[in-house]
Write a protein that binds this ligand. Structure first.
Ligand code: ATP
Length: 440
């Protein structure tokens, strides 16, 4: 007999089926043993009665998280016992045979059988191999996977080619202190803190590219939105007219991603009891300087520098939500000093053709138009008090007809975090890396 998925069991009422999964929980009620069995598709309640002698003896030995294969008769549950919130809530299984596939050799450190585990972040992360078996936690990664799938699907349709750029670099190219230095045979090397230079280079041969890949940041942050390794969803496009073209593409991409997640992750979103994202076809755009004025006027908040801080991002998103009913907002025209040297200056050179995209109060992307003219780029590198000789390989692209181009870098985990309303980004990473955490 072929195995079927637990979620398919309601189709087999009155028939014997074979399933495989884990013992979510075993309950002994007098002579009857109930086993909730969990596979990747769902959970089903099964019942073992003493008449099935050998099976009954096996059932008595089962512990939480044993992996088992079970044959049994699918039965409709009485109306009073139906559980509307489960796909399999209308059926149960009368067990005929149990085969133990994998035993449990240690006490379970945490109870994952209930959807709500109510554990603190450290306990969840320290016991990751167990906590990741919980259905509500697994839902986060199904949403993440849907984000990546729909992101890639949309960009492919738009003529972007998926690329992979090197993550081991010869120098800390973009400057700054947030690079991890590693030993590379006889030399020192660095882990990429973005695919920036290589994706720009790829524009010169593929025009439009995107990448889903790891990003390493040696930032000593202790926040709920930073980690030291995350997944970047990057894109770069050539032959643009201006940075509005880039925002338009990102806005359409995010609309597609949000619609796909809302459509294909209904069960997962339900578990987090949150509203699916509100999508407008055009996201509001606010100049950063105007946003800072709004913060001052509406919230009495003074920003000390020229950039917005996380609390400012939250407040401005709140204001946008009220005024424009949008969960997204672009903050545009960041001052020149807040963006990297390759950012295209605006007509007023104090500002740049750049943006950040905020989603439900948090930055999820940065982007903009890049300088494409070789001589202008060299001048800007010098203006930043950097040495053009240190950028020889990068500059090589710009000597041969580099078209006007721009792009963005999105953080996958922040998108998932904000869709589901999770308090820490670390919950949206299988095995997160932060200043203190290098294991599990
Ligand atoms: P922030 O200002 O929030 O520190 P950033 O300006 O350093 O972010 P960028 O370098 O512009 O971020 O990176 C692009 C995107 O990558 C961000 O919008 C975010 O989604 C994600 N990202 C950046 N740094 C981190 C990090 N340390 N952990 C998780 N995601 C990050």
């Amino acid at each position: 007999m072929e195995r079927v998925l637990i979620s398919e069991s309601p189709k087999f009422i009155g028939q014997v089926i074979k399933i495989a999964g884990w013992v979510n929980v075993r309950r002994d009620h007098g002579k009857i043993i109930f086993i909730d069995i969990r596979d990747r598709s769902g959970i089903i309640q099964s019942v073992v009665i003493p008449d099935e002698k050998e099976t009954y003896e096996t059932a008595k030995t089962l512990k939480g998280e044993y992996s088992i294969e079970v044959e049994g008769l699918v039965k409709e549950r009485p109306a009073s016992a139906k559980k509307e919130d489960l796909i399999t809530g209308g059926v149960e299984m009368e067990v005929k045979k149990i085969k133990i596939l994998g035993k449990t050799y240690a006490e379970l450190p945490i109870d994952i059988s209930k959807e709500e585990m109510d554990l603190n972040l450290d306990t969840l992360l320290n016991n990751r191999v167990i906590s990741l078996r919980n259905d509500k936690i697994k839902a986060i990664f199904k949403v993440s996977a849907e984000i990546v799938r729909s992101y890639s699907e949309f960009l492919r349709k738009e003529g972007f080619l998926e690329i992979k750029t090197p993550k081991i670099l010869s120098s800390a190219t973009e400057g700054g202190a947030n690079f991890f230095k590693i030993k590379y045979f006889e030399k020192d090397a660095f882990l990429a803190q973005s695919p920036q230079f290589y994706k720009q280079s790829a524009v010169s041969f593929f025009e439009r590219v995107f990448e889903v890949g790891p990003v390493f940041r040696a930032e000593p942050h202790f926040t709920s939105r930073h980690v030291n390794e995350f997944t970047g969803l990057d894109a770069e496009m050539g032959f643009i007219n201006n940075f509005e073209d880039v925002m338009r593409e990102l806005e359409r991409t995010m609309s597609y991603v949000m619609k796909s997640v809302s459509k294909n992750c209904v069960q997962e979103i339900k578990k987090y009891n949150i509203e699916p994202p509100k999508i407008k076809n055009v996201f509001p755009r606010i100049k950063l300087t105007e946003a800072l004025d709004i913060l001052k006027k509406e919230f009495g908040k003074e920003i000390s520098g020229i950039d917005i801080d996380p609390e400012g991002e939250r407040l401005i998103s709140e204001w946008v939500k009220k005024k424009y009913k949008s969960d997204f907002v672009f903050l545009i025209h960041y001052p020149a000093g807040t963006r990297p040297f390759y950012t295209m200056p605006s007509a007023d050179p104090q500002f740049t053709e750049s943006f950040d995209l905020l989603f439900r109060g948090m930055e999820i992307a940065s982007g903009g138009q890049r300088i494409h003219d070789y001589e202008q780029l060299v001048r800007n590198i010098q203006k930043f008090k950097l040495n053009p000789n240190d950028f020889e390989d990068y500059l090589e692209n710009f000597k041969y007809g580099m078209p006007p181009h721009g792009g963005w870098g999105l953080g996958l985990e922040r998108i998932a975090q904000q869709i589901l309303g999770i308090s820490s980004i670390k919950e949206a990473i299988l095995f997160p890396r932060d200043v203190k955490r290098l294991t599990p």
